[in-house]
Design a protein around this ligand. Structure first.
Ligand code: ATP
Ligand code: MG
Length: 450
């Protein structure tokens, strides 16, 4: 399956870790046709019927990518009857039962499964989910007899000493944070060739899951989610943490309505550039919520970057659409940099202008035009939830600055460019005054004639 970049909804739906049974896999036909043998992709997997092949077959069936019968037929081909045995993986790809991309994904999962099972002190129970870079498992921490979530990072990070240093440093620091709206960090470590991150287990769903199911979130509920995230950010920023990856997939919702920001301490370890590159190459995940300064590779990423990510997430929750769509990650990133934002209340007219103003201010292109702190954003959300006007957010009144902004396109505030001023301009006031005066004169003339 080619990684199509579907506008309108995040790509990870199109290239899901576990494609639904109806996933557009080319039908392999009843029995794959034998082809000339060629060397196996991975020497460790070259013996047909080995443990790897059996596991791989099971994983392919479990994900609905093939039937038991198809795997059996492919196993027969892999055994080679007379020819040299081949890896099942090769046969599956060659006969279009799975794509190379799906195979890479399955291998990553398989590696993660194996590593997870060997982490001392934890008993793995089941897989909770997988993202672009990692797989997350539910586990029991044996010493404390409690449930935790363990994220296993891929092998490739082992060889990057900078990453390892950042990963452990951030992990230790994150473990010191304590906030009801932040997924608590418990432990970091290494097992075999994999690093892992142990964290608080959240029994619930992500905002991404909720949006996938319900498409939109009603304004009050969306603002309430944003309020809790802003509070989490206020705490994290005060302790010197910038999350850098605030997005629906990193917001967990408990069954009792508590919102928890996940992956704090991980994003800085996995540098923006690397994450963006991984997304570009693998086409998992998309930069729908990334701030312009992160795209530009700025080194001084601060609180406004997280505020932008939260704003883009709030936009998605309120409107059911990501702020900028595109056929490729590059196109989406270009739009974050240069395209004016369609105000959320233009997409869904029932959205209040107060909520829309908050979103617009969080998503200004220039960090200096956004909320400067999560505390200010929190104050505005609280005011709007209480039925008042926001204090910090406003729709841009300054036409002159808009013209200047448009010229430095990367720094343009889309909100100001696309929004009429809230207050009437002097020209409009003059026209109004003239028309009132003319009416008065006419009235006077009529009265005099009578
Ligand atoms: N602490 C947790 N408790 C329960 N489930 C979790 C926890 N952390 C992550 N998950 C689940 O694991 C999934 C994968 O998480 P991961 O952070 O690896 O990727 P992601 O954030 O979903 O996506 P991406 O790789 O695009 O950032 C999440 O979508 C969520 O369903
Ligand atoms: Mg995550």
């Amino acid at each position: 399956m080619a990684a199509e970049y579907s506008p309108g909804f995040p790509l990870f739906l199109a290239v899901s870790a576990t494609p639904p049974p109806s996933s557009p896999n080319p039908s392999p036909g009843p029995e794959p046709k034998p082809r000339a043998a060629r060397p196996a992709a991975d020497p460790g997997e070259s013996r047909a019927g080995s443990m790897n092949d059996t596991l791989l077959g099971k994983m392919v069936v479990a994900r609905g990518l093939a039937t038991d019968e198809e795997i059996e037929a492919a196993m027969g081909l892999a055994r080679g009857s007379g020819n040299a045995p081949r890896a099942l993986a090769d046969v599956l790809v060659e006969h279009h039962i799975i794509t190379k991309r799906q195979l890479a994904r399955l291998r990553m999962n398989l590696e993660g499964d194996r590593a997870a099972l060997r982490i001392p002190g934890y008993q793995i129970m089941r897989k909770l989910g997988a993202g672009a870079m990692a797989t997350v498992y539910l586990a029991k921490q044996l010493s404390l007899d409690r449930l935790v979530a363990i994220k296993i990072l891929p092998r490739k990070f082992l060889s990057d000493p900078m990453f390892v240093e950042r990963f452990y440093k951030e992990g230790r620091a994150a473990a010191k944070l304590s906030d009801p709206n932040i997924v608590g960090a418990v432990d970091v470590g290494q097992v075999g060739e994999h690093h892992y991150f142990v964290m608080e287990y959240v029994d619930g769903e992500t905002v991404f899951d909720r949006l996938h199911r319900d498409k939109r979130i009603e304004e009050r509920a969306a603002l309430e989610i944003a309020r809790q995230v802003a509070s989490a950010l206020q705490h994290a920023h005060a302790k010197g943490f910038i999350h850098r990856d605030v997005k629906p997939k990193n917001l967990m919702l408990t069954k009792s309505g508590v919102v928890k920001l996940a992956d704090l301490g991980l994003a800085r370890a996995i540098a923006d550039k690397e994450a963006a590159a991984a997304e570009r190459n693998k086409a998992f995940g998309t930069p729908y919520y990334i701030s312009p300064e992160q795209i530009r590779g700025a080194t001084d990423i601060g609180a406004p970057a997280d505020i932008y990510g939260l704003g883009a997430t709030l936009y998605h929750m309120l409107t059911g659409k990501v702020p900028f769509e595109g056929r490729s990650p590059t196109e989406v990133m270009q739009k974050h940099l240069k395209s004016p934002l369609v105000p959320p209340d233009h997409v869904v007219p029932s959205i209040s202008s107060d909520a829309a103003e908050i979103v617009e201010m969080t998503m200004a292109k220039s960090p200096s035009k956004r909320y400067q702190s999560a505390a200010d954003l929190l104050e505005d959300i609280n005011l709007v939830l209480a039925g008042h006007r926001p204090r910090h957010a406003h729709r841009g009144p300054d036409i002159g600055s808009i013209a200047a902004d448009v010229e430095q396109s990367a720094e343009t505030s889309p909100v100001q460019a696309s929004r009429p001023s809230r207050g009437a301009s002097p020209a409009i006031l003059a026209v109004l005054a003239a028309s009132i005066l003319a009416n008065l004169v006419l009235l006077l003339l009529v009265l005099i004639r009578r």
